[in-house]
Write a protein that binds this ligand. Sequence first.
Ligand SMILES: [Ca+2]
Ligand SMILES: [Ca+2]
Length: 227
Amino acid sequence: MQIGKGAARIAAGLLLSAVGALANAQVINGNFESGLDPWKNYITDNGTAGPGGIHLADFDIDGDGTVSNTVAMSVGYAVAPCAAPGILCPSPTEGAGIYQWAHFEEGPVHFHVDLAVENNSPYGGYNEDGGTFQLILGGNTVGEWSAGPIDAGSVIRGSIDVRDVMVAPMDMWFMVKTTRHWASAEGLTQYIDNVSITPVPEPATNAMLLLGLAVIAGVMRRNGVKG
Ligand SMILES: [Ca+2]
Ligand SMILES: [Ca+2]
């Protein structure tokens, strides 16, 4: 197949803009309006993200009346450790999350994520454990928020807001994870949206070679956590 020079130039231009869009998309995509990429899914051992898995849903995470693309899941354990967990044996805390790699520069960094739990149980009543959310940097939990018990027909909203200091430039993964003490419950949904990191990190340069750096996340100094 032959293409003219003009068409070739246009094709090259399209390719370049596609590469540019890809590079930008790799930075963070914290509001999920363009989908889940570059976030990757994580499921704990014996955990589940529920029948729908980790998926996008229209939801009003911040209660301002406007819905947007939001990460949704219904977490809990998938494999019961005994016939009556919580009675005959400890109830496991399992679930799922999303993560990505990024390159962080040295200096102050501000992490924020909006969170919510919704209980649309068809059985009414309340659920004992709406779920616990964690912001994890390279293996260290730097922020946490728990919804606690939640009535049927209600939504509980929260956030994790953390200021840290990177003591050196590094590639590191960061994850928003949610877990519960029980199997995933019908009608109970955990939501994640508006993940922001300031300043915005660059795409990771060599994530796989720097896996070992995960443990170095401990060098970060924590300045405050609120939920
Ligand atoms: Ca969104
Ligand atoms: Ca909203």
